[in-house]
Design a protein around this ligand. Structure first.
Ligand code: SF4
Length: 297
């Protein structure tokens, strides 16, 4: 039985899947995808008032806790609920199964408010393909018309172009951190390839949805001029770049242990970042840097 839903179907996530399964049991829910264990939990809230790097936004929404992409540099691991969860980042995902219900029952007026999806997970990580929880959330948000920014490393985001087009203000950010598949595999072994991501954001952009490519953090680049050419070929006009931070700060403790040796192995220094950034500055039409680049749309 296909788990994929008809996108015109108005039924909420788990009702639909249960009925399609001919039962009300949750056995249709995946409990493992690749290396990641998937579990399901009710949470107390889904709209979070962000602090720190995301403080410029009114709310963040994280449909999942944890992230099966498991990037070596991921700062979100330092927000894991306990040390073991931080240590095993990338190998567990918790689905916030009441996220849609919480959003529907929220009394907050979201019209015109800036909402960022997502700050500490990837809303289009593999389990989203089956569950479509992010898609359900987007469908609900259309009624409220926030100013939306979607942040992902997954080509699956192109699936939801039909929904993005129904927002008065929406931007899709696709992260691409390097031009090298070797580098990508070293730092982002669980993520889709660079070319797939570039093709997906090109598709989103071609559909008329405001799009942005975020090089956050910028990892070692083999050919900066060639990278700029590939980025421009997507049709995207907005870009954000940010250096890798190996020590405490925005990219805090929990992740530096895995990413720092890789950075040293590639001899990726501050001077290397600046050299590539300067090429990108010269070649790309609109390049924001660091926190300012992430300002709400
Ligand atoms: S995709 Fe984002 S949230 Fe997921 S592991 Fe990578 S950096 Fe972290």
């Amino acid at each position: 039985m296909p788990l994929r839903r008809d996108h015109s179907d108005p039924l909420p996530l788990f009702v639909h899947l249960a009925e399609a399964n001919g039962s009300t049991s949750p056995t249709h829910r995946p409990t493992r995808l690749g290396l990641a264990v998937i579990d399901y939990k009710e949470v107390s809230g889904i709209l979070t008032k962000p602090k720190g790097f995301m403080a410029g936004y009114d709310f963040t929404i994280n449909p999942y806790s944890g992230c099966a992409f498991g990037c070596a540099y991921c700062y979100a691991a330092s927000f894991a609920p306990d040390e073991r969860s931080a240590d095993t980042w990338g190998r567990w995902v918790t689905v916030k199964e009441n996220a849609l219900d919480l959003l529907k029952r929220s009394r907050r007026d979201l019209r015109g408010k800036s909402v960022y999806i997502s700050s500490v997970t990837d809303p289009y990580q593999p389990v989203e393909k089956q569950l479509e929880l992010t898609r359900d959330i987007l469908r609900e948000l259309i009624h409220h018309q926030p100013r939306l920014v979607i942040q992902t490393r997954s080509p699956l985001v192109a699936r939801d172009v039909d929904l993005f087009k129904q927002f008065e203000v929406a931007q899709v950010n696709m992260t691409v951190t390097t031009d090298s598949e070797d580098v990508r595999r070293a730092f982002e072994p669980g993520c889709p390839g660079n070319q797939q991501r570039l093709e997906a954001i090109a598709e989103v952009c071609a559909a008329g949805v405001q799009s942005c490519i975020t090089m956050t953090p910028l990892l070692p680049v083999v050919d900066a001029e060639g990278f700029a050419t590939r980025l421009l070929a997507t049709g995207v006009k907005r870009f954000i770049v940010q250096p890798f931070h190996s020590k405490k700060g925005q990219f805090a403790a929990g992740t530096k242990d895995t990413a720092t040796p890789l950075i040293e192995q590639y001899n990726w220094t501050g001077a290397g970042y600046i050299a590539v950034r300067d090429v990108l500055r010269r070649r790309l039409p609109q390049l924001g840097e660091g926190k300012d680049g992430f300002a709400p749309v």
